[in-house]
Design a protein around this ligand. Structure first.
Ligand code: ACO
Length: 331
């Protein structure tokens, strides 16, 4: 079976740590509410560093960790919902900074399931193109750019950060994926892009795009609908990705879920009948960093020894779109 080998990992978070206490100074909230409803205690926030810079810093560490020449990277996949420019892509900017000139470079937007999608894409490229040596996957997010810090229902949830992995083909590692999306839930979680008027604009009545929150460019979510979707989808994605390779979920050594809310993870663990001990959680220090959440947790799990060589792991994500996905792989 063709799988992937993670040969290097990197992480970068901005210096500023925004605690629940600090948030309670600017909106009507408190540490007790945030902790009991979400599990989050603090998150990192940028002070002007662009998204691509966070990505570059994490990529440099991953490349160093892998001990490879960046010129041998054939494909860079970046996952983000907070790109600095409509064009060029964050992937091209990261490529410029790390010196992997000539590689393919693409951004994908699958919200919080982004890393799972990118990991799957990387595996498929490596499997079908034998000339491809290494794939660099970078997840970089600055949710602070699209967060309304006057809205207590969302601003307590999100943070900034980036994490990266270098992958190579491995013919002897297990791998299975289960990915999907449900666009009928698009209205539950969104952030509008900025659209300028042109000299030809005569219709100032907005097209009915069937999405709420007409003029705001901040993150909007229907927390209850997202919660329902997440608690239903997370166990399904774990079960289905395991089923594809004949594995029972309780045979997994580690599950690294999207770090949105500890209550979502607890409910999913209960539904799966799996002990919380198998779920890796670092959301208390990072909040929800969308697609960067899973690789940030993956990095921490590797570094603190929670994920060991030979372990069977599952990464599982869900997010705006609505998108979802699970991957079982051997570390
Ligand atoms: N501090 C204090 N009180 C608050 C806060 C806050 N930060 N936010 C909301 N409240 C209040 C509300 O106003 C409400 O008060 P009321 O009863 O007087 O009206 C009360 O707390 C309950 O609010 P709910 O929204 O019902 O709270 P709930 O228990 O549903 O928790 C939460 C909200 C945490 C957002 C939950 O719905 C959730 O986790 N949803 C999923 C979120 C998620 O995972 N999103 C990310 C998806 S990933 C991605 O793609 C970005």
């Amino acid at each position: 079976m063709t799988g992937v080998n993670i040969i290097g990992a990197g992480k970068y978070v901005p210096d500023l740590v925004l605690t629940n206490e600090m948030l309670s100074q600017i909106v009507d909230t408190n540490d007790e509410w945030i902790t009991t409803r979400t599990g989050i205690k603090s998150r990192h926030i940028t002070n002007g560093e662009p998204t691509f810079h966070l990505g570059v810093m994490s990529a440099k560490e991953a490349i160093k960790d892998a001990g490879i020449d960046p010129k041998d990277i054939g494909l860079i996949i970046v996952t983000t919902i907070t790109n600095d420019f409509s064009t060029p892509s964050v992937a091209c900017l990261i490529q410029r900074e790390i010196g992997a000139i000539g590689s393919m470079a693409i951004d994908i937007n699958c919200a919080c399931a982004g890393f799972v999608y990118a990991f799957d894409m990387a595996k498929r490229y490596l499997e079908t193109d034998k000339n491809l040596k290494y794939v660099l996957v970078v997840s970089a997010e600055e949710l602070s750019k699209i967060t309304d810090y006057t809205d207590r229902s969302t601003c307590v949830l999100f943070g900034d950060g980036a994490a990266a992995v270098v992958l190579e083909r491995d013919e002897n590692k297990i791998f299975s994926s289960y990915l999907g999306a449900d666009g009928t839930g698009a209205e539950y979680l969104l952030a509008r892009s900025y659209n300028s008027e042109t000299p030809f604009t005569t219709n100032f009545n907005r097209f009915d795009d069937k999405m709420p929150d007409g003029n705001s460019h901040y993150l909007f979510q229907n927390g209850k609908e997202v919660y329902k979707f997440a608690t239903k989808t997370l166990p399904v994605a774990v079960k289905e990705s395991c089923k594809k390779i004949g594995l029972a979920p309780d045979e997994l050594d580690v599950i690294i879920p999207h770090q949105a809310n500890v209550r979502i993870i607890e409910t999913a663990a209960k539904n799966l009948g799996i002990s919380m001990d198998k779920f890796y959680i670092n959301l208390q220090n990072h909040g929800n960093t969308s697609s960067a959440s899973i690789p940030l947790a993956l990095y921490d799990a590797i570094k603190d020894g929670s994920l060991k060589r030979g372990d069977k792991a599952c990464i599982v994500g869900f997010g705006a779109g609505l998108t979802y996905g699970g991957i079982v792989f051997e570390f």
